[in-house]
Design a protein around this ligand. Structure first.
Ligand code: CP
Length: 336
């Protein structure tokens, strides 16, 4: 990706290490604004079309928050039933119309490939907020940004990382996108733990092996792993052919303090893209880990705002102007 300005962000396959470094350096500069130490109006007058045709809490709200923090306005539509897609309108027509109302669009849709199809009709840049079981590029970037920060704290780098990914690796789009990004680094060790039926798709396993990384696939937590990162996932019940099928796997891989102590190092960072399924029958990431300092899930969600601010600034070509439009924060804030 040689330039961000005016371009869609549809897949992590668009990124190389230079592009990742650029996103991360712009994201670092966004921290004072996200922490309300300063504010900026660099996108004053710009409009984000935030189109979420599938449920979301953090991706939708953090896209909106990121745009607001840069001084822009947000217009949203949520749910398929509330849009003209329910009346048979095509993604192309929807894109032609809504790109007339917006300077940039963020979109989530349940069908794989749908956001790319939408982008073909759009006259403004489109950012993929998740398309079915396919990709979730901004989540992968915020995950990678979090991994980099957490490892720095432990005096390590992403090159040489050992990551254990656990749970529904078949339908979990975040692990697909993150694995592809990690393949750009050196000597990564992947331990992939899932029921056989929910294993990582073969094309991603091939990508990992073709890039020369170490790969271990298993259907159970084994011994004490020397993983730097434990990346837990939710059973993506909405993508299963039936609820009964999803129920077979719910609760299969739980992580609580005692399991963590048995299988991981005392410094292993615990990540999860969220939402975690906290219902008793699932409870894949127990509340007894909430006070564990290695639990990075809420640092991930905070980092998501920084990364999405960076992507908006880069895509709209204002990454070097943010501080020129800076103002004081005059209200009480305890975020610093
Ligand atoms: N991680 C993530 O995509 O969360 P939401 O579904 O709440 O957006």
């Amino acid at each position: 990706m040689s330039s961000f300005t005016g371009n869609h962000i549809l897949s992590v396959s668009q990124f190389d290490r230079d592009a990742i470094d650029l996103v991360f350096s712009v994201a670092e500069c966004m921290e004072p604004y996200a922490k309300r130490q300063k504010r900026t109006t660099v996108l004053d007058g710009a409009i984000l079309g935030n189109l979420f045709f599938e449920p979301s809490t953090r991706t939708r709200v953090s896209f909106g928050t990121a745009f607001n923090l840069l001084g822009g306005e947000v217009r949203e539509t949520t749910g398929m039933a509330n849009s003209a897609l329910a009346k048979g309108e095509s993604l192309y027509d929807t894109a032609r119309v809504l790109s007339g109302y917006s300077d940039i669009i963020a979109m989530r849709h349940p069908a794989a490939g749908s956001v790319s199809e939408f982008a073909e009709g759009s006259r403004v840049p489109v950012i993929n907020g998740g398309d079915g079981a396919n990709e979730h590029p901004t989540q992968a970037l915020l995950d990678l940004f979090t991994i980099k920060r957490e490892l720095q704290y432990n005096h390590k780098s992403i090159d040489g990382l050992h990551i254990a990914m656990i749970g529904d690796l078949r339908y979990g789009r975040t692990v697909h996108s993150l694995s592809k990004l990690l393949c750009l680094f050196k000597n990564v060790r992947f331990t992939l733990i899932s029921p056989t039926e929910l294993a990582m798709p073969q094309y991603i396993l091939d990508t990992i092996e073709n890039a020369g990384h170490s790969l271990h696939v298993t259907d159970q937590l084994e011994g004490n792993m020397d993983a730097d990162i434990c990346y837990q996932t939710r059973i993506q019940e909405e993508r299963f052919p039936s609820q009964e099928e999803a129920n077979k796997y719910r609760g299969k891989f739980r992580l609580n303090q005692s399991i963590y102590t048995r299988h991981f190092q005392s410094k292993t960072v615990i990540m999860h893209p969220l939402p975690r399924d906290s219902r008793t029958e699932a409870n894949e990431l127990d509340n007894d880990l909430n006070l564990n300092p290695n639990l990075a899930i809420f640092r991930q969600t905070d980092n998501g705002v920084l990364v999405r601010m960076a992507l908006f600034a880069l895509t709209l070509g204002v990454e070097n102007l943010v501080s020129q439009y800076e103002k004081d924060v005059i209200w009480y804030s305890n975020k610093s």
